[in-house]
Design a protein around this ligand. Structure first.
Ligand code: GLA
Length: 734
């Protein structure tokens, strides 16, 4: 299963490291500890997860803490929920796993601990791995399953990990939504019974529920107070998170690949590697857990996670499929004149025999439509060079349309149950290519490789995926392994991504999947960012980006200024507000600049200039969410603070508009109390500066008192409207 070369080397290294006969294993990051009991010949037990333990406390744990199964396997206690269930070659359904040895391996920035388990009767092995990062408060856990039984063993459940959580007043925060309404925050107390969060899309997995959750241990979740455990399953395919609350003092969280219709026949000697389950813990509320995830993401989980992103214009909402050379040149010229750094040509540029005019043809035929672009990509690159910006391009390489030369040549490459008719997707003709097939993997790699070999100047790829797996079946997998499709698809996808990254390490790649379908830590190591949603409405984006920020840093959240009326909600939102929302993520534009007034262009130019100044704070800083839009107080507010706490950016967006409404005064967070900060408003449209413009306040004042922000903009009568927003830049004064 998901063996990377690095892991293979690591494993070889581990075998050389001497084993330790540990009874108690303590896995620690700078601020957290996970304690296990691992007696040789006995069961691996979970003892503790929380703030880093002092040695004296650690010593006391065996006597005072309950030890609970760390990775419950099905069989001897069938009434308990299991993390692992199998059918052995001889039909036996039970497992009884005992600790064989524990080993540790120092990695560059992490400590890897492996607990080796073996069934007491069968040659069946499970290694439970824990990677404790030494520069981020995240512990990743996953398992590696193998056996030496004569016949294949059928894996029917294969979670990445299990975490017991002490009952009390535990609340769950998770993200739920749908296309164009992704990442809505849901908060609920954990009650007896089973809470299941799952995905079965096949190709994408975050339009509806997310595979990341937070658990607040001190009652109703708060942003900046309380103990919070954060959990993220790092997987791009079907997943299942279960929180079981039965009859004892613990909730038990299980997370892993969704086993539904995915039972896996594991051959002798084959290894099945489950995806990592990442855990974090903070005493600083939900925002604290988010900061831990963001830091870990930037340092270890995201392609180029510490390199600030370019400001771009994407052509989609500006021209849709109406691509042509002059139009692209005009858009490039416009974004360059506003200070942008990159232009991305979206869908509609390809197809020879079947030119892509709308969404019902040509996927798979990744050759330029010469009628639209007579000078080809070379001509577009020359235009980009002329305007002094970079060029990026849209592809959807995992897919085809039945109206395509690719499908005519390789009908056997598409996902479909043998003997059944195709179930078609977008445009009535879309199909998914079968990435379990190595030939299809080669093809998908070649789509990128051909483009990059011919045009090495391409700086950015928007990689889309607009269809779920339908009509479950593979022409490549044998009939007894049809249930491997969902898993092998993602194994194939990851293999392709690895090849691309090996050959093109500097390329920027966006993960798009009908908007926010691929916001997950399984794919992010290969991608620089994701498209948060196909919905670019600034008001709705506040809610979606708020939820997304629980787990993903601003540097990964593509957030674009689009037209009014908005193309999804038809809401008319003033440009100032659209800018102020887009500037809280990875700023870009998705609009036809030709249709903008000179005044609007000037406002965007100013915003881009100011964003360049705050970009390192937004993209690399720490998030402090202040007032949640979900609390319905009429305002939403958050801020980013630089690591040294000498710079900060504060966002304030009014979410409702009523006369004589009373909005809360927002207190800031994350500043240093004894530092002094000068306040400057960005993107100002008011005739008069704010009362506190240019004034200096201590961090203590800003965090205890906050600033009095006027509810409306002071602009000429004919410019007044029902939206109001502020972006404040704070800079330390020494
Ligand atoms: C998907 C993406 C959009 C756009 C279109 C192009 O819907 O989410 O951003 O690229 O495809 O067809």
């Amino acid at each position: 299963m998901y063996w990377t070369n690095k892991l293979k080397m690591l494993w070889a290294g581990l075998l050389l490291v001497g084993s330790i006969q540990a009874q108690q294993v303590c896995v620690s990051t700078p601020g957290t500890s996970l304690v296990l009991s691992a007696p040789e010949g006995g069961e691996l037990k979970y003892v503790y997860y929380g703030p880093k333990l002092a040695p004296a406390d650690l010593e006391q744990l065996p006597a005072v803490e309950k030890a609970l199964s760390a990775y419950p396997a099905y069989g001897l206690y069938p009434a308990q929920e299991a993390a692992l269930a199998v059918e052995h070659g001889d039909g036996n359904l039970t497992l009884d796993l005992a600790v064989q040895r524990v080993s540790t391996q120092q990695e560059e920035k992490a400590l890897l601990t492996v607990v080796e388990l073996k069934d007491k009767v069968y040659p069946f092995y499970v290694n439970i791995c824990y990677r404790a990062w030494q520069d981020a408060d995240v512990i990743e856990t996953w398992t590696e399953i193998s056996h030496a039984e004569k016949k294949p063993v059928v894996l029917t459940r294969f979670d990445s990990g299990c975490l017991p959580i002490r009952r009390g007043e535990v609340w769950l925060s998770h993200l739920n939504g749908s296309w164009a309404n992704e990442s809505r925050l849901v908060e609920e107390p954990l009650l007896p019974g089973m809470k299941v969060i799952k995905n079965k899309d096949g190709t994408r997995n975050s339009h509806t529920s997310h595979a990341e959750v937070m658990l607040s241990l001190d009652g109703q979740p708060r942003e900046n107070q309380g103990r919070v455990i954060g959990v993220a399953l790092c997987y791009g395919g079907n997943y299942e998170l279960r929180i079981d609350t039965q009859d004892d003092d613990y909730h038990r969280l299980f997370a892993g690949i969704n086993p539904d219709n995915s039972y896996y026949k594991l051959a002798k000697g084959e290894r099945f590697l489950t995806p990592a389950l990442a855990l974090t813990y903070s005493r600083e509320g939900l925002s604290g857990s988010s900061r831990n995830f963001h830091r870990w993401a930037r340092l270890h989980k995201l392609a180029h996670g510490t390199t600030p992103r370019k400001i771009l214009l994407n052509s989609w909402e500006g021209v849709y499929f109406d691509i042509n050379q002059e139009g692209m040149d005009q858009m490039m010229g416009d974004i360059a004149s506003m200070g942008g750094e990159l232009f991305v040509m979206d869908d509609g540029w390809f197809g020879d025999k079947y030119p892509r005019k709308t969404d019902n043809s040509s996927l798979g035929d990744w050759v330029v439509d010469k009628n639209k672009l007579p000078e080809g990509i070379e001509g577009l690159l020359a235009d980009a060079r002329k305007h002094g910006i970079k060029f990026g391009i849209w592809i959807e390489p995992e897919m085809a349309n039945t109206t395509s030369e690719l499908y005519e040549k390789h009908p056997e490459w598409v996902v479909k149950a043998p003997g059944r008719d195709l179930v078609l997707g977008r445009g009535g003709t879309q199909v998914v290519l079968d990435l379990s097939n190595p030939k299809v993997q080669d093809f998908v790699f070649k789509v990128v490789d051909d483009l990059m070999t011919a045009y090495p100047e391409i700086d950015y790829i928007k990689w889309d995926a607009n269809m779920p797996i339908q009509n479950h079946g593979s022409n490549y997998l044998t009939m007894d392994k049809q249930s491997h499709l969902y898993i092998d698809y993602h194994k194939g996808f990851e293999a392709v991504c690895q090849r691309i990254r090996q050959k093109y390490p500097d390329l920027t790649i966006q993960a798009c999947a009908s908007g926010g379908g691929r916001a997950n830590y399984g794919i992010l190591p290969y991608f620089d960012e994701f498209w948060v949603s196909d919905n670019t409405d600034a008001l709705q984006r506040i809610y979606m980006q708020w939820g997304t920020s629980y787990f993903f840093p601003a540097i990964a959240m593509a957030s674009h200024i689009s037209a009014a009326p908005n193309h999804q909600t038809f809401r008319v939102i003033p440009l100032k507000y659209r800018i102020d929302v887009a500037m809280s993520g990875r700023l870009g534009m998705e609009i036809q600049p030709k249709n903008m007034t000179e005044e609007e262009k000037a406002l965007c130019k100013k915003a881009i200039e100011e964003y360049k100044m705050i970009r390192p704070v937004v993209q690399l800083g720490d998030i402090y969410r202040l007032v949640s839009p979900y609390d319905k107080l009429g305002v939403a507010s958050l801020m980013y603070v630089s690591e040294a706490k000498e710079k900060a950016v504060f966002y304030w967006w009014k979410t409702e508009h009523f006369v004589n409404q009373h909005l809360p005064r927002v207190t800031m967070a994350g500043l240093q109390p004894d530092k002094s900060y000068r306040i400057r408003e960005l993107n100002r449209i008011d005739n008069e500066p704010l009362a506190f413009e240019g004034k200096v306040f201590t961090g203590a004042y800003l965090m205890e008192q906050g600033l009095e922000i006027p509810y409306n903009h002071r602009v000429d009568y004919h410019k007044q409207n029902d939206y109001s927003s502020r972006v404040l830049y704070l800079e330390e004064v020494k």
